[in-house]
Design a protein around this ligand. Sequence first.
Ligand code: PSU
Ligand code: MN
Length: 302
Amino acid sequence: MASPLSVSPSVADALASGTPIVALESTIIAHGLPRPGNLEAARHFEQVLVDAGVVPATIAVLDGELKAGLTPDELERIATEELPKLSLRDLPAVLARGGSGATTVAATSYIADHAGIRVFATGGLGGVHRGASETFDESADLKVLADVPITVVSAGVKSILDIGGTLERMESLGITVVGYRTDEFPSFWLRSSGHQLDWTVPDAAAVAAIMESREQLELCSALVVANPLAVEDQLDPAEHDAALEEALRRATEKQITGKDVTPFLLETIVELTAGKSVAVNLRIAENNIRVAAEIATAWSRL
Ligand code: PSU
Ligand code: MN
């Protein structure tokens, strides 16, 4: 049977030559950022990596293939077509029908790992939703990060989630979490969350050293690198709190459930902050991509 994995020529060359590679997810492009700016953002994310001497591998499912690395036309498809959001469990069903979709952190981590890519940059991770003890709404991102030895750079999880609950689950699942030049877990739009971390790293070389230790230990769980925005780059905290409260209220009122919860809350917060959250979102993604590029470079030297 033919493998459904399709690695782009530039990513295949980089894998063969040991050139640093960073995987990028496509759900942030298709569902996390508003159109039409999402296409420009997707291109910019790749360019930041290229400028750092790193090969970008944006990941998605197109026409029944798991893509690691997209052509410019394929990247445009992700930003412009109506594509479903695919988590890990959706992959068999979409492949069987030769379909397409944007991959979440869960599906991206799985595909990146299969392609042999070790470092992945995203915006924010999925996690435990508020009220999860009643709804069982916990992102499949956590389950996959427990099973896949990828290093993922994120600005923590959004305050739309139960941040303390997410950290507890990551502990239970054996997911290593380190703060990048911080001892606090960030809450995406804000630098801090009030939740302390056990481990802090000063630079990319320290992350690469942890990756090496993980390999020596033959652990197959992820390493989450929590990379906060600078305080001057974050969303205004008062505006953030008001938008969050209102978005959560609307989600309850409209009885939004399942995979629609995260996109609904994100869209509502964009609307309520008059797009300011989008500008912060872009800074976060770029900030994470830059750190991931340094980590991939440090890793390739080991
Ligand atoms: N958090 C964000 N922006 C996003 C997502 C999460 O700040 O775009 C996306 C990511 O792709 C993440 C997914 O993997 O949502 C989690 O969705 P769910 O909670 O349905 O698992
Ligand atoms: Mn969910």
